[in-house]
Design a protein around this ligand. Structure first.
Ligand code: SF4
Length: 382
């Protein structure tokens, strides 16, 4: 009798792929994960090879996560847009003396923001802000304590490795002590943002004041050691190239193989419109097509799949139609309802800042898959 894998292999016509790519896909279907070397070939996929990559990634995804597509009912809180860093891809932040700056972490404001979400019963609050010169360790601590007081059942997913570094420098304390203290005061998990591209030459050009790649990795590994789960991200589609993607994905896989502390991988396509990066490097910026996005998500599943069961699409950056396609080419998670989305919108993104659980559910049903609400750590709530 044929195994399911053999049947799948026979049903997929791999002939449209060039020889080396065919070989990698065949091995992937036989449960042999691509190596970092194979990534080079995977990223060279062109034209009809890309839907094929998506088809194989979808089979691998199905083996790992079944027919379920998850989403989280959450709320973003971006408590300040004031930032002393000047990341060229960021159209959200303003300088400390700008009239457009805001900074509000008062108990009443936080409570109002949580109350606004009541009809939807959020399970997670995702809290991030700019690097405001007046924010100290105590400010972050107060945010955690206030949120826990407002609703102790909420999962607090907060503060990027950049913000953790800022908190530690305001105290002249070790990052590790800061993390322990935050955890004691209600921090449940950390967004793996500020990773951008884990290559210091690219970082020097797009976010010169940000922590180095080594610092990002150090903080993430510390979090995992302290049993604070994090997400993993990449900002792609600006001035980097395939070699940077390969390096970045290889680093993430290595960390995950060591710590198992990442909950998911979230590729974040760069939205250029209102950014300095576009103004400064417009001729170097990738013009990614829909097929390029499909390729990136499919390759992520094929290469990271064993280490990362969960790969999240981004409806905010891609829009619903394209996000839905990526859910058939490697992704298994739709992301969050958000309620408030400022970062992508400021950069020119036009896909909104809030979506309802119902919208997720009908979209998932149209894909003939099972919709399931999840918690931040992928505990299924359906
Ligand atoms: S990406 Fe973050 S650190 Fe960089 S300028 Fe924007 S708010 Fe500041």
């Amino acid at each position: 009798m044929k195994t399911v894998h053999q049947t799948e292999l026979e049903e997929i016509d791999l002939r449209v792929a060039k020889k080396e790519l065919r070989h990698i896909l065949k091995r992937a279907l036989n449960d042999q994960w691509p190596t970092s070397e194979d990534l080079k070939t995977l990223f060279t996929a062109q034209g009809r090879e890309i839907p094929l990559l998506g088809q194989v990634a979808d089979i691998i995804r199905e083996r790992q996560t079944g027919s379920v597509i998850t989403y989280v009912v959450n709320r973003n809180i971006n408590f300040t847009n004031v930032c002393t860093n000047n990341c060229l891809f960021c159209a959200y932040s303003v300088s400390p003396n700008s009239e457009k700056g805001y900074f509000d972490v008062s108990f009443d404001t936080l409570r109002k923001k949580i109350e606004e979400t009541q009809p939807y019963q959020i399970t997670e609050v995702c809290v991030q802000g700019g690097i405001h010169p007046k924010i100290t360790f105590e400010t972050y601590l107060e945010i955690l304590q206030n949120l826990k007081e407002i609703d102790p059942t909420l999962h607090i997913h907060a503060f990027s490795p950049q913000e953790i570094t800022h908190a530690a420098s305001s105290l002249e304390e070790d990052v590790e002590d800061v993390l322990r203290e935050f955890k004691r005061n209600g921090l449940d998990s950390i967004p793996g943002t500020a990773a951008e591209i884990l290559d210091d030459n690219i970082r020097k050009r797009i976010c010169p004041q940000k922590i180095s790649s080594a610092d990002w990795i150090h903080i993430i590994e510390l979090c995992h050691q302290l049993r604070i789960p994090t997400t993993a991200t990449i900002l792609f589609g600006h001035i980097e190239n395939h070699l940077h993607w390969i390096h970045h994905l290889s680093l993430l896989r290595k960390i995950q193989e060591k710590t198992r502390g990442f909950t998911e991988f979230i590729p974040l396509p760069f939205i250029a419109e209102n950014t300095q990066l576009k103004r400064k490097f417009s001729s170097h910026i990738y013009k990614l097509t829909s097929l390029d996005y499909v390729k990136f998500y499919a390759v992520s599943r094929l290469y990271l799949g064993e280490a990362f069961k969960n790969i999240q699409t981004s409806w905010v950056k891609l829009g619903f139609p394209l996000a839905e396609i990526t859910l058939t080419t490697g992704c298994n998670d739709f992301g969050g309802t958000l309620f408030e989305e400022n970062i992508t919108r400021s950069a020119g993104g036009s896909f909104g800042q809030f979506t309802t659980p119902k919208t997720f559910q009908s979209s998932i049903q149209e894909l003939q898959r099972i919709a399931c609400e999840r918690g931040t750590l992928y505990d299924l709530l359906c």
